[in-house]
Ligand binder design. Structure first.
Ligand code: PLP
Length: 421
């Protein structure tokens, strides 16, 4: 459920007509609903009620500080995957003890920054990383709390580019090697083992792979405890999918996910962390764009939008399907025609949809891409020297620009010309 609904024939974000934001901000822009962000966070928080837990929002999904502050105010922690994300979470006021640090390539600088600023735990992804962490923490006179991310070799049954829990993926250590690596960890200075971490992929639309992974984690917990490790925290990752096509997809609900967690690892008495990103932000954001031209091709009609693959790369990168709706509500029974919906970038991959049935549209009409809140704005670039798409946050009947569109001058002046030119 989200808070983007038609009212009197016009699409709203909460109590704000999107056409009003378009008139003030210009297109294209991303818009997020505070109520939807909050609702999705609470669904997870409530799903884990009764177990000691922390919902760490995977901020790579949508990392604007206004979004982080909105969630942190409800008690959310953050899952960060880079030094930049750590700094951004801190800048948004998230305390270090609510930040977990994931990622396969943490640098010495990343590690030192997080140790200096405070960190809940590092999710260690390899032995070399563990050695560096031990070294950096020891040199700083600190003890770094760690979990070790295990790769359970489970097929997440999702798009290949976002599956992370198979042995062929670069993530985590093979679960079969876990006892040896934990033994090594226990002997190292500067680190303290606090638990186990697992994350098998993104956009999972079935609970079975989670169940398989969590059962393996439960078994490993008992084994490691028997080996003398104090396993008191389980980080179960993120990955719960969202419905992109409303009609034919029904991914599992956070409540059922919570029940699964209780069933698989609830008896272990561990503190539970989860790292949802997409489900919190995905359906809380839209990308709004204007039709520049309707172009008649030889055998098809093109809707040429002012948004492009550099603003929303998911269709080009993951073959993702986004619902695209006009801002003016189509009348019941209104004729629909097929369009290839494309952006202005000079690549054929800059295609959002092919043969998409839409009400007839004209130049200057506005459309919205639904479910664009996660892995949308954060993956935007300035390819083709197109300004980084702005972001807007709505709360009730007001809105604020939370990232402004840069001017051409701002973009161009970032280049420096060497003195020999
Ligand atoms: C990407 C990622 C997540 C979030 O995945 P979603 O599908 O957005 O919920 C959580 N944890 C880790 C380690 C990740 O890399």
């Amino acid at each position: 459920m989200d808070h983007f609904l038609y009212r009197d024939g016009h699409l709203y974000a909460e109590d704000v007509p999107l056409s009003e934001i378009a008139a003030q901000v210009g297109t294209p822009f991303y818009v997020y609903s505070t109520a939807t962000l909050e609702r999705h966070y609470r669904l997870f928080d409530e799903a884990l009620e009764g177990m000691e837990h922390l919902v760490c929002y995977a901020m790579k999904a949508a990392s604007n500080q206004a979004i982080l502050k909105t969630l942190a105010a409800l008690g959310a922690g953050m899952d960060v995957v880079s030094g930049g994300e750590y700094a951004r979470a801190k800048a948004a006021g998230v305390p270090g003890e609510r930040i977990v640090f994931s990622g396969v390539g943490k640098t010495r600088d990343d590690i030192a920054m997080a140790l200096a600023g405070g960190i809940r735990q590092f999710n260690v992804e390899s032995e070399p990383e563990m050695l560096v962490l031990s070294e950096v923490a020891s040199a700083m006179g600190k003890v770094a709390p760690i979990t070790i991310r295990v790769n359970p070799d489970v097929d997440a049954k999702t798009h290949a580019k976002i599956a992370t829990g198979k042995s062929e993926n670069k993530f985590g250590i093979p679960i079969a090697k876990a006892r040896a690596v934990y033994a090594q960890a226990a002997a190292l200075p500067g680190i303290e083992v606090v638990g186990i971490d697992v994350h098998i992929g993104s956009q999972l639309t079935d609970l079975a792979p989670f169940e398989a992974a969590y059962l393996k984690v439960a078994e490993l917990t008992e084994l490691l405890r028997a080996d003398g490790h104090a396993i008191r925290r389980l980080d179960l990752g993120g990955g719960l999918g969202i419905p992109y096509a409303r009609s034919n997809e029904a991914p599992p609900l956070p409540t059922d996910y919570g029940k699964l967690i209780r069933r698989t690892v609830g008896h272990l008495g561990c503190e539970i962390e989860i790292e949802p990103g997409r489900l919190i932000a995905g359906n809380a954001g839209l990308l709004v764009s204007e039709v520049i031209y309707v172009k008649q091709g030889e055998d098809r009609e093109f809707l040429i939008l002012d948004a492009a693959m550099n603003d929303l790369i998911r269709p080009a990168m993951y073959d993702a399907w986004h619902d695209i709706v006009p801002l003016v509500e189509p009348e019941a029974g209104q004729e629909r025609v097929p369009y290839d919906i494309v952006g202005p970038v000079c690549e054929s991959g800059d295609t959002f949809a092919k043969g998409r049935m839409m009400p007839r549209l004209q130049a200057n009409d506005l459309v919205a891409f639904r479910s664009a809140g996660a892995y949308g704005a954060v993956m935007a670039s300035e390819y083709n020297t197109r300004p980084l798409v702005p972001e807007v946050l709505v709360k009730d009947d007001h809105f604020a620009v939370i990232r402004a569109r840069p001017s051409f001058d701002e973009m161009i002046s970032r280049d420096t010309i060497p003195e020999w030119l």
